[in-house]
Ligand binder design. Structure first.
Ligand SMILES: NC(=O)c1ccc[n+]([C@@H]2O[C@H](COP(=O)([O-])OP(=O)(O)OC[C@H]3O[C@@H](n4cnc5c(N)ncnc54)[C@H](OP(=O)(O)O)[C@@H]3O)[C@@H](O)[C@H]2O)c1
Length: 290
């Protein structure tokens, strides 16, 4: 989705569309291909996948069969931090995706420390395998550490961000450092769409709860990557640039924050021992991490 006010300039001088389709938990094959194809047909020009999602090949097939030219679509994938070498892994991703260069390559989470993978990410950039590099699930301190060690700082930090996870301190830290905060699970993974306060704003604006949540983010220039496997929802989620929320609605949504305006990126670091224990139940329910 491009056009005035519909993209955000990254530090690297690249335009990132504010709306993308996320494909976590969409099975490889027909389901992932359909979602990406429907999104491209609905005007999305941004796809968010990851090496850990196992569906890069389907994303690639949908890109090729869509008829939309490669340079019109912003493609992100993420380095799986259980692997060793970001360069080797991005070469594999490009092969799966059937493209020569990514638009954005993210460290999926700071496993082994926030700087462990960064030199390899910079090498991927130097070799022209991606136009921009960034991180995901980095809190304020981790972001400061990678920036201090970097030749090229991260352009993006993709984190859990929606009205219920309004991480004000993290957003401010990203803004201060010139890092674009990108919102994953912008629809709360579907869990809080029926919350009374969201439904009320939806009624007031004549929109759906999903549109209201997405609008809340894009109105503050935060890119969103909602996931859906249903064509009608993919279309619904794309209609967030033809209305706005007034101050009262924005404030009502801001008040839903359950994080206390945190500088953290996530409440459970699933890649650490302590986080693993806390997240055991959730992880059993979800074999692949988003
Ligand atoms: N970097 C990371 O660690 C990380 C972590 C999580 C997610 N992500 C990325 O962010 C993307 C989005 O996050 P997410 O998948 O966790 O969740 P989400 O986009 O917040 O929510 C997706 C859920 O909402 C439902 N949904 C979508 N549109 C809807 C609508 N209009 N009305 C009602 N329900 C709707 C979907 O169901 P249906 O599919 O049945 O429509 C699905 O259950 C992921 O796909 C992934 O690309 C990244």
């Amino acid at each position: 989705m491009t056009g005035a006010g519909r993209s955000r300039a990254l530090a690297a001088g690249i335009e990132m569309p504010l709306l993308g389709i996320g494909v976590w938990e969409i099975p490889d094959g027909r389901p992932a291909e359909d979602s990406v194809r429907w999104a491209l047909e609905a005007g999305y020009r941004h796809v968010d996948t990851a090496q850990g999602y196992g569906n890069e090949a389907s994303v690639g097939r949908a890109l090729r069969s869509s008829g939309v030219s490669r340079d019109e679509v912003f493609v992100t994938t993420k380095f799986f931090p259980g692997s060793r070498d970001p360069v080797r892994e991005v070469e594999r991703s490009l092969e799966h995706l059937g493209i020569d260069e990514l638009d954005l390559y993210l460290v999926h989470w700071p496993q082994g420390g926030p700087t462990r993978a960064w030199r390899g990410m910079e090498r991927a950039l130097e070799r022209g395998l991606t136009r921009a590099i960034g991180v995901s699930n980095y809190d304020r301190r981790e972001l400061a550490r990678v920036i201090a060690a970097a030749d090229v700082p991260p352009a993006v930090n993709q984190v859990l961000f929606n009205p219920f996870n309004f991480r004000r301190r993290l957003l401010a830290a990203c803004d201060e450092q010139g890092v674009v905060l990108e919102a994953y699970s912008p629809l709360t993974h579907g869990r809080d769409l029926a919350h009374e306060a969201v439904v009320q704003v939806a009624r007031r604006t004549g929109r759906t709860p999903a549109q209201v949540m997405l609008r809340w983010a894009v109105q503050r220039q935060v890119p969103v990557i909602p996931k859906s496997t249903r064509c009608e929802r993919i279309v619904e989620n794309s209609r967030v640039f033809d209305f706005s929320l007034d101050e009262r609605d924005m404030a009502a949504l801001d008040r839903l924050d359950r994080t206390g305006g945190t500088g953290r990126a996530t409440e459970g670091k699933w890649w650490t021992v302590g986080g693993r224990a806390r997240n055991l139940a959730a992880r059993l329910a979800r074999p692949l991490r988003g």
